[in-house]
Design a protein around this ligand. Structure first.
Ligand SMILES: Cc1ncc(COP(=O)(O)O)c(C=O)c1O
Length: 382
């Protein structure tokens, strides 16, 4: 039988239109945008067109977008780029305990170099308190970095409020919006945000393509040297086919945002309803916020059953789900997100993330939910 893919928060398939938009830049329009001959000029013109289109869709200036290799690079570029550009020796960062490792690890690296980082706590729903942000700000705070949507539990942080606070204190505000793009409205002309990380492969674009929005008022030092591409902010020949795909993916996804949101909400409710019917609502726990979360990500714990066992059984039964946390040398790490939420161990050790996408049908969710219930019952009766 066809496997059912419920891991869209990890990555999505490239949409046919996206692939079509990319192809010519591998085969016929393959010039280096920095070359001055006609091949190069054609690529440069295309690159400018992609940047202009994306900037229009996102509500920023074309020059405020730096193309990168994805969300990880964008986060690194923002954090190191701001801290290194800090003219007054400020060495403090405020972030949260539930960021993606692409934010946490750069912060840890900076700590090893003498910088200081405050990791804001979250409540049991995976949400920060605005008062905690205010209390964490110090005279030497040079950056606030916070994710919009959490990749494991889908919780939505109050980015606007945090941004306003950052503005009041004159602190640059970076938002990791990798899981928010295409899910929540993102109008950079209105959001009080100075830097924003985006990635293509979560929105039916190619892997290895992303962008960092840097507002024209924000000073950022480059971290890759060797050429004058991207206005000297990111050296290296631009990945034109991937950027073509990213531009097409954004153009496609934004008008479908509300429709996708409704579809994901229905799939989520369907899955929960079947599990309730089959297992009883006291036999599983939904992790995250009921109100402040995106519907595409559904994180459920089945106390008594380990995440690994459940995922393995689901995989054997052709359902692809995830733990949401990293897999190191073949064994799962306990999720730092669920730990930060201070959930009991039987919940943190039994959590599975289902993430829905445009290709999922109600029939697939019914089948997958039935399979989950059957496996859970079988494992519990062992
Ligand atoms: C919230 C968040 N930030 C950053 C990343 C990294 O993005 P990329 O895979 O494009 O490097 C991910 C990917 O899962 C993510 O979910």
């Amino acid at each position: 039988m066809e496997p059912i893919y419920l891991d869209h928060a990890a990555t999505t398939p490239v949409h046919a239109e996206v692939w079509e938009a990319m192809l010519p830049f591998y085969t016929t329009n393959y010039g280096n945008p920095s070359s001055t001959h006609s091949f190069g000029r054609a690529s440069r013109t295309a690159l400018n067109r992609f940047r202009d289109g994306m900037a229009r869709s996102l509500g920023c200036l074309p020059a405020e977008l730096i193309f990168t290799s994805g969300g990880t690079e964008s986060n690194n570029m923002a954090i190191f780029g701001i801290m290194q550009a800090e003219p007054n020796g400020k060495k403090h960062i405020v972030t949260t305990a539930i960021e993606h490792h692409a934010v946490l690890h750069p912060c840890e690296r900076l700590e090893s170099l003498g910088f200081e980082v405050t990791y804001l706590p979250v409540g049991p729903e995976g949400l920060i308190q605005i008062e905690d942000v205010e209390a964490a700000i110090r005279p030497d705070t040079a950056l606030i970095s916070m994710m919009y949507v959490n990749n494991e539990i889908g919780s939505i942080q109050p980015i606007e409020q945090v941004g306003q606070l950052a503005r009041q204190h004159g602190i640059p505000f970076h938002v990791d919006a990798v899981q928010a793009l295409g899910k929540l409205p993102l109008n950079l002309a209105e959001l009080p945000v100075d830097l924003m990380s985006l990635s293509a492969h979560k929105i039916y674009g190619p892997k290895g393509a992303g962008a960092l929005y840097v507002s024209k008022h924000t000073k950022l030092l480059p971290h890759v040297f060797g050429g004058s591409q991207e206005r000297k902010r990111r050296a290296g020949t631009e990945n034109v086919p991937a950027i073509a795909g990213f531009a097409k993916a954004i153009e496609r996804i934004l008008p479908l945002r509300e429709q996708n949101y409704t579809q994901a909400s229905e799939l989520r409710e369907l899955m929960i309803a079947i599990l309730e019917q089959q297992l009883g609502c006291e036999r599983f726990v939904i992790n995250g916020s009921k109100e402040q979360s995106v519907p595409h990500i559904l994180n459920i714990s089945f106390p008594g059953i380990s995440t690994e066992t459940l995922l393995m059984n689901l995989d054997l039964d052709h359902v692809a789900a995830a733990s949401g946390s990293a897999c190191t040398s073949g064994s799962l790490e306990v999720s730092h997100v669920l730990q930060a939420m201070k959930l009991p161990e039987n919940v943190t050790l039994s959590a599975v993330r289902f993430s829905f996408g445009m290709g999922n049908s109600k029939e697939q969710i019914e089948t997958a939910a039935q399979k989950v219930a059957t496996i859970v019952k079988r494992l519990r009766n062992k």
